[in-house]
Design a protein around this ligand. Structure first.
Ligand code: PLP
Length: 417
């Protein structure tokens, strides 16, 4: 990021960066896994720590010159412990997937069984999908939601666990809009002597604010990304008890990663510092209010929400009643200047490139300053776009209105390229 007064000598690159900034400023970002970091997090993420190799952990590095890297990593760890109340944390995972990989490797061997939430019911690729390392290396079983309530079927989780005897059960997902009963998961895991891993990638920010049950006192291992509701740089964290600390640390380095991204760890520290401020709780409260307002407005306009609503920042629309696919909805919204993603719904019949669902999230728009009445306008844009999804000239007109609307919510006003 360059400030307005800086000159970037690389014109070709500058043009791309500028276009991306303009895209972010002028569209409505509703991808549930995205957010906008603060200017402070952006700046810190572009710091001189990008130059530093720091393989190892504080006070135990393989390179010289790590005295400030040590201080930085220790500070970041302390902030995570303060926010989530965990005994140990590894702040080095480059992303949520590598956090999961290292967490799995710390207690499992290839061939062991895992039980995760099915992708089409809201789980994540790394929870056992065949296309991911998790499905290739481990024997996988899946649980899902009940067809009538679309809530996690804990009886099914127990039955599957007793039958498959997995060594690890995974809770958490990417498209499940409701609260998760971590105690129930723990009871089931204990019954079959499995580890419980909770992947809180999506709702970590809500947990940090005390607005979603914390898995930390319950689970054996908790993994997360730092860039979704937690509103930090792209990256991951692994939280665990002291007894698993060495196993987890050894699997991040040297197990699956090399040198940590110290500049990103610095940006994680900056974001965690923000998460310790009282305003962060206000922000997360608004995230929930905005998601609920959107849910009510869409339901009133005739859209069916999976599970009937949301307890989090995300909602999943089932478009089967509208005779529209997720792909068609995603494309139409994009033409109208609204960025969202198609998503499988439970008991999906379309393939994953088409899908029958649309996932929406409120975290990024809330960061831009939108409140409930603004979400009514956003819901109107969505409803109108989907109603005219085959009418490009209509969608272009909405695009203009969306662009004017976004001007009211400046994004990175101090930055330019
Ligand atoms: C986003 C997500 C991940 C993966 O994060 P990446 O940083 O993209 O690797 C893992 N688990 C869940 C539940 C997620 O939602």
């Amino acid at each position: 990021m360059f400030s307005k007064d800086d000159n970037c000598p690389d014109q070709q690159l500058t043009a791309i960066l500028r276009q991306e900034l303009i895209r972010q400023r002028t569209k409505l970002e509703m991808i549930a896994s995205e957010n906008f970091v603060s200017e402070a997090v952006l700046r810190v993420g572009a710091s001189v720590f990008t130059n530093k190799y720091a393989e190892g952990y504080p006070d135990n590095r393989y390179y010289g010159g790590c005295e400030y890297a040590d201080e930085l990593e220790a500070l970041t760890q302390a902030r995570v412990r303060k926010i989530f109340g965990c005994e140990h944390v590894n702040v080095q995972p480059h992303c949520g997937s590598s956090a999961n990989m290292a967490a799995f490797f710390s207690v499992l061997s290839p061939g062991d069984g895992i039980l995760g939430m099915s992708l089409s019911h809201g789980g994540h690729l790394t929870h056992g999908a065949q296309v991911s390392f998790s499905g290739r290396l481990f024997k996988t079983e899946f649980y899902g939601v009940r067809e009538d309530t679309e809530l996690i079927d804990y009886d099914e989780v127990l039955a599957k666990a007793e039958k498959a005897r997995p060594k690890m059960i995974i809770a958490g997902g990417s498209a499940y809009p409701r609260t998760i009963d971590f105690n129930k998961f723990k009871e089931i895991a204990d019954r079959v002597k499995a580890y419980l891993l909770v992947d809180m990638a999506h709702f970590a920010g809500l947990v940090a604010a005390g607005l979603f049950p914390s898995p930390v006192p319950v689970a054996d291992i908790v993994t997360t990304t730092t860039h979704k509701t937690l509103r930090g740089p792209r990256g991951g964290l692994i939280l665990c008890r002291k007894s698993l600390a060495k196993a987890v640390d050894d699997q991040i380095f040297p197990g699956i990663q090399g040198g940590p991204l110290m500049h990103i760890i610095a940006a994680k520290a900056a974001a965690l510092g923000e998460a310790l401020e009282p305003e962060f709780i206000d922000y997360q409260r608004q995230v929930l209010k905005n998601a609920q307002r959107l849910a009510v407005h869409l339901a009133d306009s005739g859209y069916r929400l999976v599970s009937g609503g949301t307890d989090t920042h995300l909602l999943l629309i089932d478009l089967r009643t509208q005779n529209m696919t997720g792909q068609e909805a995603e494309i139409a919204l994009d033409k109208a200047g609204i960025t969202a993603n198609k998503n499988a719904v439970p008991f999906e019949r379309q393939n994953y490139t088409v899908t029958s669902g649309l996932r929406l999230g409120s975290a990024a728009l809330t960061t831009r300053g939108l409140v409930e009445r603004d979400m009514d306008q956003v819901a109107e844009f969505i409803v109108e776009s989907l109603r005219h999804y085959e009418d490009d000239s209509y969608l272009r007109k909405i695009r203009q209105r969306v662009e004017e609307f976004t001007l009211r919510f400046p994004l990175y006003p101090n930055f330019d390229f």
